[in-house]
Design a protein around this ligand. Structure first.
Ligand SMILES: O=C(CO)[C@H](O)[C@H](O)COP(=O)(O)O
Length: 253
């Protein structure tokens, strides 16, 4: 088994609590990022120890490689169909369980997988919980074709929302553009705060050339926040989520 550093205790606590929700036979979406990686390791260990039969779709090439290296078989989303649950990390979580995602640049696949899931469970440490979204730069995946035109249209949309003086930065890896799993580029919107996430999401989605933005609104039904002492806090959108989740058989969300 590949060696890896001891995981952060808060991420480990959140990951373990989420993996405890998994039942034999479930169809799962596996998120991307450092917290999701801890979850994938915990899930693989539990599946091995208990002989669980699971069907898993990955939200990135990196997660696919990690899961397969740990013995979890990954199938394409379309092979599996609707999922019982996706477990993923987040960059910010607000009190309505609205999210910013895409710090790892995987928010396009993450959103598709979450949309195909009956439940999206977010795992995070307390630094991700915010009163208002926007301190974390909002990632927007953009087609390379007409990239500067799309950036200008985004700036105009921000102007209309009184967010006009904010930076819209091309994400780089070294001196080269950062390329997503789908071959696109990313703009990071340094907004400082997002007073109206719904309006911003609508404005960004209306711009040709925007493939997907990192606002996940109304998608997450449970956030599990791990604390450094190993305890967790659950932020529920639906009070009956656990009973509901156990009853789910992967029908259409
Ligand atoms: O959205 C994501 C990747 O696109 C990640 O889930 C998010 O960036 C959180 O990552 P980490 O757990 O490493 O802080």
């Amino acid at each position: 088994m590949p060696q890896h550093p001891e995981p952060d205790p808060a991420k480990l606590a959140a990951a373990r609590a989420a993996v405890a929700l998994v039942r034999n036979g479930m169809k799962l979406g596996l998120g991307t990022g450092s917290t999701a990686s801890v979850m994938v390791r915990e899930l693989a260990a539990r599946a091995r120890a208990e002989g669980l039969s699971l069907r898993c779709a990955a939200t990135s090439k990196a997660t696919c490689e990690l899961a397969e290296s740990l013995g979890l078989a990954i199938e394409s989303l379309d092979e599996i169909g609707w999922l019982d649950m996706t477990i993923d990390g987040a960059d910010e979580v607000d009190p309505d369980l609205h999210l910013i995602k895409g710090g790892g640049g995987a928010h396009l696949r993450e959103k598709i997988v979450a949309a195909a899931s009956k439940r999206m469970v977010v795992i995070a440490d307390p630094t991700k919980v915010v009163e208002q979204l926007g301190a974390f730069p909002l990632p927007v995946e953009v087609l390379r074709f007409g990239f500067e035109t799309t950036r200008t249209l985004i700036r105009r949309a921000l102007d209309d929302l009184d967010l006009g003086d904010r930076e819209v930065l091309h994400r780089l890896k070294g001196s080269e553009p950062w390329v997503t799993d789908e071959g696109n580029w990313i703009l990071d919107l340094h907004l400082k705060c997002i007073p109206d996430p719904v309006a911003l999401a609508r404005a960004l989605a209306a711009i040709p050339g925007v493939v997907e933005h990192g606002l996940f609104l109304g998608m997450c039904s449970l956030a599990i926040i791990g604390k450094p002492d190993g305890t967790v806090v659950r932020l529920d959108r639906n009070a009956d989520i656990d009973a509901d989740m156990l009853a789910g058989e992967g029908d259409q969300p």
